[in-house]
Design a protein around this ligand. Structure first.
Ligand code: A2P
Length: 404
């Protein structure tokens, strides 16, 4: 083995859409970012590959042979607009890359490491049809406020029409929006990812359009006032405006297609987008009598902050079992989705144990642990064992979590 050389894990800044998936997946904190780039720390990365399968674009899956003494530093990588041309290394040295690193890298490229799988009956998704260097152009055909005028959150339902450009999507997939213009340093804004809120046959059936659920961002993660670049751009769009769209992305957060498959959906706020897409898909196919249950847990501050409240209330009770959780109703105790899950323990336990039920969680990062704890409690009360069940759910593509 030639210890002078190593494979360095790199992220392609031209393809990366800065969705943070890699950083949040990396178990050892080897991925980091600044306002521009996501980068991998050579000194920390152990090529465990946990970050490779979840990356929606494949930008994460790049490896270059480097001298161990002079790898690309974090500062090098943070300054890149594109990947550098690989440095030529002596053939003998390249051949001496440790076998273990070769094996791991090959596995990474094949996308096999701990990948969350799609439901067995999910349709095959198209991914990465349009890259930031060559985006699709869509036209705005709708921009409606979903939350009440006096609600603190401005959440909008935005419809984008692709005209004659093929942009096939499935429920649960995301698209990337490229805000026009550039940042303070003069570089183009990077892509922001939004879950599609419409079913595969279009927001309007048979039309080549998609809907998004977008919340106008007015504060940063620390609560300081800031106008979110992409969300404000989208929320201010007028009918007829052109939008640059990339993607679609996502190959595992997909719905099952087989008859009698059930959906358990748990969301907060704009995390309702994929739930709306899946619910609408099922609603449009209701006449086919394919069966299967829909169980929804939906959390919001108050009723008038809940996107799609009106349409949800109109859906027949024998079609979807809706459980709202409100956290800020005056003089009422705070209720979270996980509280409602515990209240519905018998139904939740039955569906957790049902091989034909698929579970989707989308919304605030904080609810993820709360929902898992609630599942654990439900299992304890119903003679199920959560830890082994969770592994089974993931292995069978039955548990899908997307939080931010
Ligand atoms: P809260 O009133 O405590 O913030 P938002 O409106 O900010 O998008 O949040 C949507 C809903 O999710 C709100 O009801 C919010 O409650 C709730 N929420 C916040 N944190 C959690 C959590 N850790 N688990 C479940 N729900 C949460």
């Amino acid at each position: 083995m030639n210890a002078d050389y190593a494979l360095q894990h790199l992220i392609d800044p031209e393809v990366c859409i800065r969705c943070n998936t890699c950083e949040s997946t990396c178990p050892i904190g080897a991925v980091t970012h600044d306002a521009r780039n996501y980068v991998v720390d050579f000194a920390r990365c152990n090529a465990c590959n946990a970050c490779i399968p979840p990356c929606p674009t494949g930008a994460i899956d790049h490896w270059q042979t480097v001298r161990r003494s002079t790898p690309y530093t974090l500062d090098d990588q943070l300054g890149w607009d594109s990947l550098p041309t690989p440095v030529e290394v002596e053939t003998a040295a390249a051949a001496d890359i440790p076998d273990e690193v070769r094996r791991l890298t090959a596995a990474a490229s094949a996308g096999v490491a701990g990948s969350a799988s799609a439901p067995w009956s999910a349709a095959s998704p198209c991914v990465n049809l349009f890259a930031p260097s060559d985006p699709a152009i869509a036209r705005v055909t709708g921009n409606y406020r979903l939350t009440a005028g006096d609600a603190s959150a401005d959440i909008r339902h935005i419809v984008l029409d692709f005209g004659s450009t093929a942009f096939p999507v499935l429920e649960g997939q995301s698209i990337g929006i490229v805000p026009p213009g550039s940042d303070e340093s003069g570089r183009p804004h990077y892509v922001r990812l939004y879950s599609i809120a419409s079913p595969r046959d279009g927001e309007r059936p048979g039309y080549n359009n998609v809907a998004l659920t977008v919340k106008r961002v007015g504060v940063d993660h620390d609560g300081r006032p800031v106008a979110g670049t992409a969300s404000n751009y989208l929320c201010n769009l007028a009918i007829g405006d052109e939008v640059q769209v990339v993607g679609p992305y996502g190959a595992s957060y997909l719905m099952p297609n087989h008859p009698r498959s059930s959906l358990m959906m748990i969301c907060t706020g704009t995390g309702s987008a994929p739930m709306r897409a899946m619910t609408e898909r099922r609603r449009r196919r209701r006449a086919l009598n394919e069966g299967g249950e829909l169980l929804l847990f939906f959390g919001a501050r108050v009723e008038h902050e809940l996107p799609y409240f009106g349409p949800l209330m109109k859906l027949p009770k024998d079609f979807i079992d809706v459980n709202f959780a409100y956290s800020r109703v005056p003089r009422q105790p705070k209720v979270y989705v996980q509280d409602r899950i515990r209240e519905r323990a018998a139904t939740v336990a039955r569906l957790l144990a049902d091989d034909d039920c698929y579970i989707y969680v989308c919304g605030l990062k904080g609810m993820e642990a709360g929902v898992i704890d609630a599942f654990r409690d439900v299992c304890v009360a119903h003679r199920l064992e959560w830890d082994s069940l969770q592994s089974t759910l993931v292995a069978k593509g039955r548990l899908h979590i997307e939080t931010y």
